[in-house]
Design a protein around this ligand. Structure first.
Ligand code: DQA
Length: 141
């Protein structure tokens, strides 16, 4: 099984960014933990960009993947382009967030991805990604 893990804007700043919301691990730390948890059961490819178009381009090239785990960061709340790319490729995806976006500002309660996602996981820090990974690895084919 091949999974694509996409991180959007400012997630390259993890470890230096609002630790009360996002914890102290860097994105590299999180990716390392996911590789450990996959333990050879899934091949993981990682992509991070601060640019909406680059994320859209990467999604367009994802048709060979069994699933996508995406934390689109702030683009979650704004991006019709990322939504449309996910609809176009039809690869099942799980929307993840480190923080519980529903316990934060109102503008974070709106997601352009949730209604087309296989599922949504928010508020568990790096474990949000791990739970999404567990889902894909245990889902019957
Ligand atoms: C986030 C939540 C978003 O609202 C925010 O813009 C982020 C990170 C999260 O992982 O909690 O950049 O997606």
């Amino acid at each position: 099984m091949k999974l694509l893990i996409i991180n959007g804007p400012n997630l390259n700043m993890l470890g230096r960014r609002e630790s009360a919301h996002y914890g102290t691990l860097t994105l590299t730390d999180i990716n390392t933990k996911l590789i450990e948890r996959a333990d050879g059961r899934a091949e993981l490819e990682f992509f991070q960009s601060n640019h909406e178009g680059a994320i859209t381009d990467r999604i367009q090239l994802s048709s060979g993947f069994d699933g996508i785990i995406i934390n689109a960061g702030a683009y979650t709340h704004t991006s019709i382009a990322i939504r449309d790319a996910l609809l176009a490729v039809k690869v099942p995806f799980v929307e993840v967030h480190l923080s519980n976006v529903y316990a934060r500002e109102d503008f974070r309660h709106k997601s352009y991805l949730s209604d087309i996602a296989r599922g949504v996981i928010a508020g568990f820090g790096w474990m949000s990604y791990a739970l999404a990974l567990e889902f894909f690895m245990s889902e019957p084919k």
